[in-house]
Design a protein around this ligand. Structure first.
Ligand code: AMP
Length: 413
């Protein structure tokens, strides 16, 4: 199988490593890729958010399968353009990607499908914002309606901060605060059949003890031994199946990766958000544990044959990833710093570039996603931090408490 992977971040490097390891893949290309991806795939220049360019590249490379990593190309219609050329594509249509592209759309689908989620209001004026904030009370949750690269959500006890974020965004969704530990569940689907992957937990705040601003994600681990035994079947039954049915009913079936972000509240699991693609950095840990060849699974979903795919197989043990971010992330990250120690197995490249002289340099906010496995969570965590110790990036910042609460048995439901 000839596979073209679209994207250039840590998620895509992890996808590339797994796709390259699938014996059914005899040619792997990535566009635009990054220096880590270039170790396992042939990289091509392309504007990933330009549907015509991506489709033309897929034709030129005679790809059998295109895998779209990030959300922006999906919302722009890249999967539609690829499929229009008769090439299978793992990723939803632009219409179905609205589950991520618009929080108000996602809430509307959830309401129609009866999915457990936070009560919410979609607001287009400050007057409506004020009424919603007054009705729902503190802590206030204010979400930019559109794509915001993981930075569109403000959770605050300050009414003025909540109002200021709403005023900055224009169209927002204001919702009830959900308390409880968060879980990310990835579901591979062809629009009808749906296969859950292993739940993972990520760490959204910049600093230890969940302090500091929200980020795209600072680390992750799996599996989660503290979750209720019926979590996955319950979420499939209460959330995933009704959502997929509602999307089919609307004539815009969702096929690809449905990311279900959940809060495990005292009233059961409730949806915090849907995304239309693999999450970053949870992908790094989930794929490190997936023993089933990835390309075959994604191809089955892309061709409507997921029901015929054999059950997934998983490796024993745990996986942990620790994100090393640039100085001043998530505000205005400093780029162009030389990185050493990052060209070893397990160090996933997220925001790196190759300088003209061949040096590896930082080129984004989240620079590396340092991933390790082990027979249990404590040893996987130690192995990931040992790998972090071998990396040098001037001004680099990382959390020191990824997976620590789970190792110490401090997560309570
Ligand atoms: P999102 O981009 O929607 O995942 O939101 C980013 C982060 O904000 C989530 O991972 C949560 O930590 C937090 N968050 C979002 N919505 C809520 C909510 N309704 N209640 C509590 N926290 C939330």
């Amino acid at each position: 199988m000839r596979v073209l992977l679209i994207g250039s971040g840590g998620r895509e490097h992890a996808l590339a490593v797994s796709l390259a390891a699938d014996p059914s893949v005899d040619f792997l290309a990535a566009a635009p890729g990054n220096p880590g991806i270039a170790q396992v795939a042939a990289v091509y220049e392309v504007n990933p958010a330009d549907p015509a360019s991506v489709a033309a590249l897929a034709v030129e490379l005679a790809a059998d399968l295109v895998v779209v990593g990030p959300e922006a190309p999906l919302v722009a219609g890249v999967a539609d353009a690829v499929r229009a050329k008769g090439i299978a594509c793992f990723g939803p249509s632009a219409a179905a990607a609205q589950l991520e592209g618009s929080k108000a759309f996602a809430k509307d689908v959830m309401a129609a499908a009866g999915v457990p989620t936070a009560r919410s209001y979609a607001c287009t004026s400050l007057d409506l914002v004020d009424r919603a904030l007054a009705d729902l009370g503190a802590p206030y949750v204010v979400k930019n309606d559109g794509l915001a690269a993981g930075k569109g959500v403000v959770v605050t006890d300050s009414l003025s901060a909540a109002r200021a974020h709403a005023a900055e965004c224009g169209k927002v969704v204001i919702e009830e605060y959900l308390s409880g530990p968060e879980v990310s569940l990835f579901v591979v689907t062809d629009g009808t059949a749906a296969v859950p992957l292993m739940p993972a937990q990520d760490f959204k705040r910049l600093g230890d003890n969940d302090e500091g601003p929200n980020t795209g994600g600072m680390g992750a681990y799996a599996p989660l031994d503290w979750t209720p035994a019926d979590l996955v079947p319950r979420v499939m039954r209460e959330t995933v199946e009704p959502t997929l049915a509602e999307m089919r009913r609307r004539g815009t079936p969702f096929a690809g990766l449905l990311y279900v972000g959940l809060a495990l509240t005292p009233d059961g699991p409730k949806v915090i958000e849907f995304n239309a693609r693999f999450g970053d950095p949870e992908t790094q840990v989930v794929l490190a544990l997936l023993a089933t060849p990835l390309a075959g699974l994604l191809q089955a979903a892309a061709t409507g044959k997921l029901a015929e795919h054999p059950p997934l197989r998983w490796r024993e043990g745990s996986a942990v990833t620790v994100v090393v971010a640039a100085q001043n992330y998530p505000a205005t990250p400093r780029t162009g710093d030389v990185i050493t120690g990052a060209e070893v197995p397990g160090v996933i490249h997220a925001g790196t570039a190759r300088r003209d002289d061949g040096a590896l340099i930082s080129a984004g906010g989240r620079v590396l996603s340092v991933t390790a496995t082990g027979p249990d969570l404590a040893s996987a965590r130690d192995a990931a931090y040992a790998l972090v110790d071998g990396v040098r990036l001037e001004g680099g910042q990382f959390r020191t408490d990824i997976a620590l609460g789970a190792v110490e048995g401090r997560i309570t439901l």
